[in-house]
Design a binder for this molecule. Structure first.
Ligand code: AMP
Ligand code: MG
Length: 529
């Protein structure tokens, strides 16, 4: 194995917990606690991501060796690593929850890649830390499969995200009460190695602000500006606001991507929001099948629907407001923070409109006519259960050269039929409203004058053919739990090219099968992981 180089800026430059030992506690005036991963009995490799390995300078031969499993199960530490868990807080479901922290994530250190980038390596499920509160610090196979596959699928969709290097079974059994109904069961334990330039969250700053510890707050903010936002220059009061503007901007970009691909994070608590605008902490997330702004896969959020698909942009804004409050002591004036938040809303809206124009193959978004077009589109997508992913792929095949008035309602929507879960509902008023929208859309395309072929090519770059449909993960998990990892590998390969036609994998682009509609793990997930 080539020598791996580490440069642990986070632990070297930021204050450490003075207390030693791995017992649960409140940690004050410190950004992290040093803690080692728990040893595991019988680690084995389930999957790794060659692209991530390559980015880190790890060869495939190394990734397939025992040494790799030793390292990324936490059984072996290298010289240069400095394992630690970070301290953060957060608003959970709208309420301040105090100290949370890495309860089951242990950062090994910052690996330096060949082009001198810093990559924090983080083991999720590597055992208890001072932040584990009442929980065990472990993760199970089913949630680890979901994190591994989704991080990489999101990356290949072009959505900003943390990455996943490896998925390893620990050989231990972990007790989980999946439905919170007192029927706990043992499940296989697993560890994912996550990779990101940094895992600093909104809640990482909030915790110091909540404790009125402005010194540590400033140290952490200066640290992230210096190392993660070096283009802003030397940290200074004037830069805090610019930094906040950038977080607003990158958060808006991330959520626009979520809305484009139909991703529902499921737990947008402020501790699950990265200051780098990366999708982070894959828990009870889900993918829209039938388009429904009100949908969330998270059973814990079934009543409130706080984190449903359509609420994500507003919730991101709410979370940014909490981040703004957290850094207020360093800025002193609430006015410019409020202005930045207002700009978040405005820039989100214009980025969303541009994104929707891309999905529809329009040259540009033109208000006010396109506002009407999009409003009407949102409406027709909810008239009858409509598979969002299939709808946009099929829409790209529409012939925009026809005279829309010379075709009946039924004829005009012929190419979209595959997108509907209840084709027998496609009659009368429902069918008519869809056809009315399609006529409006065709006329709009005719204004642009792009050829069908040009438009289709562009649309197919904005509208994925393959996403990690909820039931597809579950099928892979069921097989993995029986010792067969082939479906994980298959999905991983498939989702590396989500925009390409892959004719041999056509069935993976099909509508959700009926058996998966109400099955746990497919459309309903709890936070238990
Ligand atoms: P999450 O809802 O996964 O974002 O987790 C919220 C907090 O609970 C974070 O501080 C996690 O590190 C912690 N946590 C979640 N699951 C566990 C676990 N099994 N053991 C210890 N801490 C956990
Ligand atoms: Mg979390």
């Amino acid at each position: 194995m080539k020598e791996l180089r580490f440069d642990n800026r986070f632990t070297r430059l930021l204050p450490a917990d003075a207390e030693q030992g791995n017992h649960r506690r409140q940690v004050h005036q410190a950004c992290y606690s040093r803690v080692k991963p728990a040893l595991v009995s019988d680690a084995s490799l389930v999957a790794y991501a060659p692209e991530v390995a390559d980015m880190l300078g790890l060869s495939n031969a190394f990734c397939e060796s025992d040494a790799f499993v030793d390292l990324f199960s936490g059984n072996r530490l290298l010289d240069g690593m400095d394992p630690h868990a970070t301290c953060y807080g957060g608003h959970q479901f709208g309420n301040w929850a105090g100290q949370l922290g890495d309860g089951r994530a242990i950062n090994l250190g910052e690996l330096i890649s060949e082009n001198e980038e810093h990559w924090m390596l983080q083991l999720k499920g590597a055992g208890p830390t001072p932040y584990s509160r009442t929980a065990d610090g472990l993760a199970v196979l089913r949630s680890s499969v979901r994190e591994f596959l989704c991080s990489e699928a999101m990356f290949h969709l072009g959505v900003p995200t943390t990455r996943a290097l490896s998925l390893i079974l620990t050989g231990e059994q972990v007790m989980r009460d999946m439905f919170y109904d007192g029927r706990g069961a043992l499940e296989p334990g697993a560890i994912v190695c996550r990779v990101a330039p940094s895992f600093i969250r909104f809640g990482s700053l909030q915790i110091f602000s909540a404790r009125k510890d402005n010194e540590t707050l400033q140290a952490l903010l200066d640290h992230t500006i210096t190392h993660d936002f070096p283009h802003l220059g030397k940290p200074d009061k004037a830069y805090y606001l610019q930094w906040f503007e950038q977080v607003c901007q990158s958060t808006a970009e991330m959520v626009v991507h979520w809305m484009r691909v139909g991703f529902v994070h499921g737990v947008m608590n402020t501790d699950n929001m990265s200051v780098l605008g990366l999708t982070i902490d894959y828990g009870p997330y889900g993918w829209l099948e039938g388009f429904d702004p009100d949908w969330t896969p998270n059973t814990t959020d079934r009543e409130m629907r706080r984190y449903s698909f359509g609420k994500q942009p507003g919730i991101a804004g709410w979370n940014l407001a909490r981040l703004g409050e957290a850094i207020l002591p360093l800025i002193g004036d609430v006015g410019p923070l409020q202005e930045a938040l207002d700009r978040y809303s405005a820039s989100y809206r214009s980025m969303w409109q541009q994104m929707m124009a891309n999905k529809l193959g329009l040259e540009s978004f033109e208000a006010p006519a396109d506002v009407t077009l999009l409003d009407a589109l949102q409406n027709i997508l909810t008239l009858t259960e409509t598979d969002m992913t299939i709808f946009y792929r099929k829409l790209a095949n529409l012939d925009a050269t026809v005279d829309p008035d010379s075709h009946s309602d039924g004829e005009i929507m012929q190419s979209l039929l595959d997108a509907y879960y209840a084709p027998d509902e496609l009659e009368g008023e429902v069918q008519h409203q869809i056809a009315v929208w399609l006529r409006l859309y065709i006329r709009r395309l005719q204004q642009d004058g792009r050829s069908n072929q040009q438009r289709r090519a562009l649309m197919n770059q904005a509208n994925p053919k393959y996403v990690l449909r909820n039931y597809l993960s579950q099928v892979a998990i069921d097989k993995a739990q029986a010792g067969d990892y082939s479906e994980i590998h298959k999905l991983y390969e498939l989702l590396k090219h989500p925009y390409d036609e892959q004719p041999e994998c056509e069935s993976y682009a099909a509508k959700r099968p009926d058996w998966a509609r109400d099955r746990a793990g497919c459309s309903m997930l709890s936070c238990s992981s």
